[in-house]
Write a protein that binds this ligand. Structure first.
Ligand code: DOR
Ligand code: ZN
Length: 481
């Protein structure tokens, strides 16, 4: 009896990190059944003509803030994942700075329940690794996390940054699990002191934000995190790399064999200090958008692999929260999950990188780094059918009002893009079709922590961990008994 596919995407150009091939894609039961010539495809219930379009593995955005629960005026899990679907993003990893913070098994369980009811796309949930949550690590892993988030510096949500001592202990505790720790790598004490001084001096203008967080804030944090990861064998990921100068400690750590990866975001590649005049407080984000001289080294780092992936730090806030007079009172960040792919495809069209490079940075490499590959991040038989069908010739002007996110304000407002996702499929099901959200897909998204297959963990200096040194030797126990 011959197999009948559920769907065939016919006649597109299928993209992987190594090749672009003219091929049709057959999908069955949420997975890729076959990739090949049109006449080699099995019969199918539905065939969709995608000729002229590129067929990409859906983007995996490992850094979004969907604000649920806690801040419905900014976003919720339904609006955030709908924005993702519009952006060709089929998996997101959501950050824990919600109310309550995701630092206990109870908060995590509640978030899993909420997300499973609302998500249009697949997701992973981060838990926070802070001074007071180290003891919860086993229960959080048991409850299903994609990884941990550690705030070395303060940002939206005011999650206290752990001391270096607590950070070392946190790394020791997570290392044996092999879970990756994603770091907000900005050193708090430097920023706090400078912000206080700037305020005292009466500086609350947009550029005061940049002045309060010079690149040394990130250079120091990346270097310190790399040393602790090297000592403990913990896997770490540097979030939102914003400066040329933090690339050096990142490169050096990689050369020493530290399991360290990094991401940058479109705003660090495409915006600069020159844009503060036009966008004023809207551009406030942590880390800050920096001087234009940082852009070329960041592009080069993507090309040479120093920076592994593209993510967005999708950080929605309401217009009122983004447009206050005192720069230090403005909420940090802006939406990005739906503008990443159009912006990066525009760069592909401009010859900045190939579409194969883009697929590596947006899908294949994130899947590999978090143990989801080859179930996700690739269009090949057996993989989950997470797909973005894109039209590289289609143009649009990004516009605040056109955003799917509840946060209708972005410093990319007015920018012309060329290259748009037209359809998005999550496990074989259209969630966005012809640039329209498909009804009934709320709740289709699932947590991906269940398919995480990380390489064997490699903890180091285990005889010197806090746990080892505080274990009372048996002999001593007897003598005190
Ligand atoms: O600008 C930012 N906003 N940076 C962060 O790290 C957090 C984010 C948020 O949650 O708003
Ligand atoms: Zn963030």
């Amino acid at each position: 009896m011959s197999i009948i596919a559920d769907l065939i995407l016919a006649g597109g150009k299928v993209v992987s990190p190594d090749a672009v091939i003219e091929a049709s894609v057959a999908i069955k039961d949420g997975k890729i059944l076959a990739v090949g010539a049109a006449d080699a495809m099995p019969p199918a219930r539905e065939t969709v003509d995608v000729s002229g379009m590129h067929v990409l593995p859906g983007a995996i955005d490992v850094h979004v803030h969907f604000r649920d629960p806690g801040y419905p005026q900014k976003e919720d899990f339904a609006s955030g994942t709908a924005a993702a679907a519009f952006g060709g993003v089929t998996t997101v990893f959501d950050m824990p700075n919600t109310i309550p913070t995701v630092g206990t098994a109870e908060a995590l369980a509640a978030k899993h329940k909420m997300a499973s009811e609302k998500a249009h796309v697949d997701y992973g949930l981060y838990a926070v690794l802070g001074e007071d949550t180290i003891e919860n690590v086993p229960a959080l892993i048991e409850g299903g996390v994609i990884g941990f988030k550690l705030y070395m510096g303060n940002t939206f949500g005011k999650i206290a940054s752990p001391s270096t001592g607590a950070m070392l202990e946190a790394f020791e505790v997570v290392a044996p699990s092999g879970k990756r720790i994603s770091l907000h790598a900005e050193t708090n004490s430097i920023m706090e002191r400078r912000e206080t001084r700037l305020r005292q001096a009466g500086r609350t203008d947009p550029l005061a934000h940049l002045a309060s967080r010079p690149a040394v804030v990130a250079i120091e944090a990346v270097s310190r995190a790399a040393i602790l990861a090297e000592w403990t064998g913990a896997r770490i990921h540097i979030l939102h790399i914003s400066s040329a100068d933090e690339l050096r400690p990142l490169r050096e750590a990689k050369a020493r064999g530290v399991d360290i990866t990094g991401e940058t975001c479109p705003h660090y590649l495409m915006l600069s200090a020159d844009d503060y005049a036009r966008f004023a407080s809207v551009i406030r984000v942590n880390p800050p958008v920096r001087e234009a001289r940082n852009q070329e080294p960041l592009w080069a780092a993507l090309a040479d692999g120093t920076v592994d992936i593209i993510a967005t730090d999708h950080a929605p806030h309401s217009r009122e929260e983004k447009t206050r007079n005192d720069m230090f009172d403005v909420d940090c960040g802006f939406p990005g999950v739906e503008t990443q792919m159009p912006l990066m495809l525009t760069a592909v069209n401009a010859g900045r990188m190939t579409i194969m490079d883009y697929v590596a940075l947006s899908a294949a490499k994130p899947a590999k780094i978090w143990g989801l590959y080859p179930r996700k991040g690739v269009i090949a038989p057996g993989a989950e059918a997470d797909i973005a069908v894109v039209d590289l010739a289609r143009e649009m002007r990004l516009d605040d009002a056109g955003l799917q996110s509840r946060a209708k304000i972005t410093p990319f407002h007015g920018r012309k893009v060329k290259g748009l996702p037209v359809h998005a499929l999550v496990r074989g099901r259209f969630v966005m079709r012809d640039r329209t959200l498909v009804e009934g897909t709320r709740g289709h998204g699932r947590s991906v922590h269940t398919i995480q297959e990380m390489p064997a963990p490699a903890p180091r200096n285990t005889d010197q961990t806090m746990e080892s040194i505080t274990r009372v030797p048996a002999r001593q126990q007897e003598s005190t008994a």
